[in-house]
Design a protein around this ligand. Structure first.
Ligand code: DNO
Ligand code: MN
Length: 358
């Protein structure tokens, strides 16, 4: 397990590289060019600037999250080919600077969806929360107001300029069924996977978060059957998955340790975090500790350990603690504690495997 940490860049993140340096066992930074709109080719000078800065702190830049996909590709519009060409050029450039994994998602319109970014937990910390019934009655524009009005930072996947076109996007998706979305994903993958392979990069799709349809939009990366279909559709080692325990775990029917064992050689990147799912279908993000949520984090780490996982892992999200002001879900403290919990489990398993020897 190779531990990495997501950082949104200078001036775009309250967490500093010097602080990340003090979290045990973090070897690399998960990064992206957050100011380049989806569909555009990433400029080499900007890529190299991040590389210099991150490497100066002794971290690698092997994992990118995300190179976002233009809606026209997901919609299967004729203009998609130009955007796919741009995507290929970006993959090639990233390969040249040593990137090994690109995380992306194929969710129409929205990335992750929550109804409250700062819901209070019993201990006084706050965390991202999803209220099922509220979402069912909410107008998507209202949700956008709620989420994108965060004053400090723009939130990836919720960029105001992109969401301004929301009404048109919704109309466009009215025609797109799940099967069409599958076809559009297949088309995209058939185009880019050979380029990724030549560039020494593994593509790792992030599951839909939450793993079900929201606002009537199609969503397809939601469970083991669909992940199996996706991996078989373009059956190549460069076509992989970012197995996100928090996203998939919002549906208690998802057996994540079983997925890890089944898709073992196709998981270049693991997102590990816990959620607590309530009986009415609401969920809240909690600490990583297994007993704090409904996701079996210890069982997940055990499954990774059993398969001899050598891919990258990050703690994904955390609660907001001790009064810190941070990007929603991306504070320093809880993610750092999450890492120590993951290392604690991992090291104990390593020791056991070696018969109790250090
Ligand atoms: C949720 C997060 C996501 C993720 C993107 C990847 O669990 O990890 O926001 O970064 O969906 O494209
Ligand atoms: Mn995730």
């Amino acid at each position: 397990m190779r531990m990495v940490f997501r950082w949104f860049g200078e001036g775009n993140d309250n967490v500093l590289l010097q602080q990340i340096k003090q979290i045990p066992g973090v070897e690399g930074i998960v990064w992206a060019l957050h100011d380049v709109p989806a569909g555009e080719e990433w400029p080499m000078d900007k890529i190299e600037a991040v590389k210099r800065q991150v490497e100066a702190h002794g971290f690698h830049i092997e994992v990118v999250e995300s190179v976002n996909i233009h809606e026209d590709i997901k919609l299967g519009l004729p203009s998609k080919d130009q955007y796919i060409e741009n995507y290929k050029r970006t993959i090639e450039k990233l390969g040249r600077v040593g990137v090994k994994v690109i995380c992306y998602n194929f969710m129409p319109v929205f990335d992750w969806v929550r109804t409250d970014l700062y819901r209070e937990l019993e201990d006084g910390s706050t965390a991202l929360f999803y209220e099922k019934s509220m979402l069912e009655h909410m107008d998507p524009l209202e949700l956008v107001q709620r989420i994108a009005s965060n004053p400090k930072f723009t939130i990836p996947g919720w960029e105001p300029q992109r969401l301004q076109t929301l009404t048109e996007l919704f109309l466009a998706y009215r025609e797109v069924t799940e099967e069409q979305l599958w076809n559009n994903l297949r088309y995209f993958l058939e185009e880019i996977i050979p380029v990724a392979e030549r560039s020494g990069i593994k593509m790792a799709i992030h599951p839909d978060d939450p793993p079900w349809s929201v606002f009537g939009l199609p969503r397809i990366v939601t469970n083991a059957d669909n992940i199996r279909r996706l991996l078989q559709m373009v059956d190549h080692p460069a076509n992989g998955v970012t197995l996100c325990s928090g996203s998939l775990g919002a549906n208690p029917a998802n057996d994540i340790p079983a997925m890890i064992r089944e898709f073992a050689d196709r998981i270049p990147f693991a997102h590990i975090r816990n959620v607590r799912v309530y009986e009415n279908g609401d969920f809240i993000e909690t600490s990583h500790r297994t007993t704090d949520g409904t996701v079996d984090i210890a069982g997940i780490v055990k499954a990774y350990h059993d398969i001899g996982f050598t891919g990258y892992a990050r703690p994904d999200h955390g609660r907001h603690l001790w009064g810190e002001e941070c990007r929603p879900g991306y504070g320093l403290y809880d993610r750092a504690m999450g890492i120590m919990y993951l290392w604690g489990l991992w090291d104990a398993m390593q020791r056991e495997q070696k018969g109790g020897v250090r």
